[in-house]
Write a protein that binds this ligand. Structure first.
Ligand SMILES: *[C@@H]1O[C@H](CO)[C@@H](O)[C@H](O)[C@H]1NC(C)=O
Ligand SMILES: *[C@@H]1O[C@H](CO)[C@@H](O)[C@H](O)[C@H]1NC(C)=O
Length: 311
């Protein structure tokens, strides 16, 4: 029998040769829309630092509410007002290969949303699909956003139904779009999004590793890396994980200095097969701190050296 050593083939593969639903090489996702000083969407995308931009937030919806969004002065805010000046910028980002998702929810201090029933989830899914994903003229113009991000911080109810209803659209319309969830890092229990994440329908899971000392960077990396291991074990293998962080010390507790990120956290996080990148809160703090510039080369998944044992 040929020796195992001879039979083993070393292949240099880039990830997209074997990952069908996530054909990219990882990257940084950033929240945009919560601070008027952060610069426009075009500049954000042209920085070259982001793979995904999350438009934040559609902050009022469900239970019969008239949907409203708040993009912090980037365009008209409020009920049913237009934000169509973003159309060309969104298309510019997409033309450059950057995925643009609408983030729904946000801090309960600045929002008002909930779903009252499975039927309500269906109505909200229909609203989201028609207005933001279908390409029909809607609040952001005639855009086909790349997906919907659930940044849900109130109640557990019916977010799983909403995920299933949105998935129904991607199954039946023939157009794939992404579902993302941004849970806080505690896992016992997972707040608000536990049932939704259990559907396995989320392409991207942005774990908010901040504002929770038990699973964030506080004085060392132990709590954070233990929590990362738990998340890796908890989500489906086809759901990609992002380490979610504040982009500066003033954006939230749990900021990780770039040298710790590059030297310790990213090398460890990347050992998970479903690692996909880093999520940053938010663009404004990233502009001030230059954080994505400092970590980007280490965020990207390098080509993988894979040893296949044949025989
Ligand atoms: C939130 O929405 C509900 C349902 O429309 C409404 O009754 C309630 O007054 C709203 N709360 C705030 C603080 O606006
Ligand atoms: C992950 O795989 C499960 C089947 O195990 C499937 O139902 C689900 O749609 C997949 N999720 C994604 C995001 O592709």
């Amino acid at each position: 029998m040929a020796s195992k050593t001879l039979a083993s083939i070393i292949l240099l593969l880039s990830l997209f040769t074997f990952s069908s639903s996530h054909p990219d090489n990882g990257g940084i996702a950033v929240y945009w829309g919560q601070d008027g000083r952060e610069g426009d969407l075009t500049t954000t995308c042209d920085s070259g630092n982001y793979a995904i931009v999350l438009l934040a937030f559609l902050h009022k919806f469900g239970a019969g509410r008239t949907p409203e969004w708040n993009f912090a002065g980037h365009c008209d805010n409020g009920a049913m007002k237009k934000c169509t000046e973003l159309e060309s910028e969104i298309k510019h980002c997409q033309d450059n290969g950057i995925k643009v998702l609408l983030s729904i929810g946000g801090s309960p201090d600045y929002s008002n949303y909930s779903l009252s029933s499975a039927e309500d989830a269906k109505n909200v899914a229909n609203y989201l699909y028609t207005n933001f994903l279908s390409g029909q003229f809607g609040p952001l113009g005639s855009v086909k956003l790349d997906g919907i991000d659930f940044d849900i911080e109130v109640t557990e109810n019916h977010w799983d139904d909403l995920a299933r209803e949105l998935d129904y659209f991607r199954q039946t319309t023939g157009r794939y779009f992404y579902l993302a969830a941004a849970p806080q890092c505690p896992t016992n229990p997972i707040y608000y999004l536990g049932k939704a994440i259990a559907t396995k329908l989320f392409d991207y899971i942005f774990v908010q590793c901040y504002n929770n000392p038990g699973c964030s960077y506080v004085s060392g990396t132990n709590a954070l890396l233990n929590s990362w291991d738990t998340w890796v074990g908890l989500v489906a293998s086809n759901n990609s994980l992002f380490v979610g962080l504040p982009a500066s010390t003033s954006a939230g507790n749990g900021f990780i200095p770039a040298e710790v990120m590059n030297g310790e956290v990213l090398p460890y996080a990347k050992t998970a097969s479903n690692y996909e990148g880093v999520m940053l809160w938010n663009r404004y703090h990233d502009v001030l701190n230059g954080y994505s510039d400092q970590i980007l080369p280490n965020v990207i998944k390098s080509n993988l050296l894979i040893r296949l044992n044949v025989g």
